[in-house]
Ligand binder design. Structure first.
Ligand SMILES: Nc1ncnc2c1ncn2[C@@H]1O[C@H](COP(=O)(O)OP(=O)(O)OP(=O)(O)O)[C@@H](O)[C@H]1O
Length: 269
């Protein structure tokens, strides 16, 4: 099989400012302002060709940050990501320009992926057919619903044959028929030995589609393993979390916030 993605000690640190004045001071004055916040901290794992890995975790745990870094859309603060081939991210907000039409977005994205004009001409009909956007294909993307944007992103990504496919919540905004069509396509990718990362809050989709799971909590890996081990543990946590009182939930979130904001870095990043 062989490794397709190696993630080593991946850390993403943002700076949080209490107001715009502080941000401006940070840009223009020699002293540093703002507080450090770790969206991800020291995340390491490996994926083999053909792996289908689900990222789970509650809101804010770091799933999208990890997806965006693997896809090369957001730079990491430190750590490494090695990818054997080309990665493509499908997310509702990813990579589509609202001012351009669907067709123009297809052309732009394909050019960015390194296809030439003739190859794009050949690819375009299958992408348009898959997206099923009708006459909206020639309307600016800003007039699309989130489901329509997801259709466009999905159609481009699956038809340009990436080696690593990252799907971040893109299935949850489309309708059922389109989601099923995407699942068929994703299964084809799986059979062809491509690596897929899948982010979804749907426990059912996770169990149905993924073989391995990575559970993120407060920007760190809580558990990695077979999906049949990770999901029951995560579901147990969710059930316990649901039972928590508002005070307990707040304490859990605050503990996470404390862990993720390192006072040693305050003003130094
Ligand atoms: N540009 C940014 N500046 C500051 N903090 C950010 C930025 N982007 C993300 N974060 C923070 O990083 C943390 C991880 O966010 P991320 O979107 O990766 O979580 P997630 O697990 O995908 O959440 P969800 O399930 O809600 O989509 C959050 O606390 C978020 O507020």
């Amino acid at each position: 099989m062989g490794k397709s993605v190696v993630v080593k000690n991946l850390t993403k640190r943002y700076k949080l400012y209490s107001n715009n004045k502080e941000k401006l001071k940070d840009i223009f004055l020699p002293r540093n302002y703002g507080e450090a916040f770790y969206a991800l901290r020291e995340v390491s794992f490996e994926a083999q060709h053909g792996d289908v890995i689900g990222f789970v975790g509650v809101n804010g745990s770091g799933k999208s940050t990890l997806s965006n870094i693997i896809a090369g859309i957001v730079p990491q603060t430190s750590g490494e990501v090695e990818i054997d081939g080309q990665a493509s991210l499908i997310a509702v907000a990813a990579g589509v320009n609202g001012e351009l039409t669907g067709r123009e977005n297809i052309e732009l994205k394909c050019l960015m992926l390194g296809f030439n004009k003739n190859q794009i001409k050949e690819l375009e009909p299958s992408i348009i057919e898959f997206a099923e956007l009708g006459k909206f294909i020639d309307q600016p993307v800003k007039s699309y619903s989130s489901g329509m944007k997801s259709r466009l992103g999905f159609a481009i990504s699956v038809n340009t044959d990436p080696d690593v496919l990252i799907i971040d919540e893109a299935l949850s905004v489309g309708d059922k028929a389109f989601a099923e069509k995407c699942l068929v396509k994703m299964n084809e990718f799986k059979e062809r030995g491509k690596t897929i990362f899948f982010v979804s809050h749907s426990i059912g989709q996770m169990k149905q589609f993924c073989e391995k799971g990575i559970w993120l909590e407060h920007g760190e890996i809580k558990m990695v393993g077979d999906i049949n081990e990770v999901m029951p543990a995560y579901e147990e946590f969710l059930a316990d979390y649901k039972k928590m009182s508002a005070k307990e939930k707040k304490a859990f979130q605050e503990a996470g916030l404390k862990k993720r904001s390192d006072p040693e870095f305050a003003g130094k990043v």
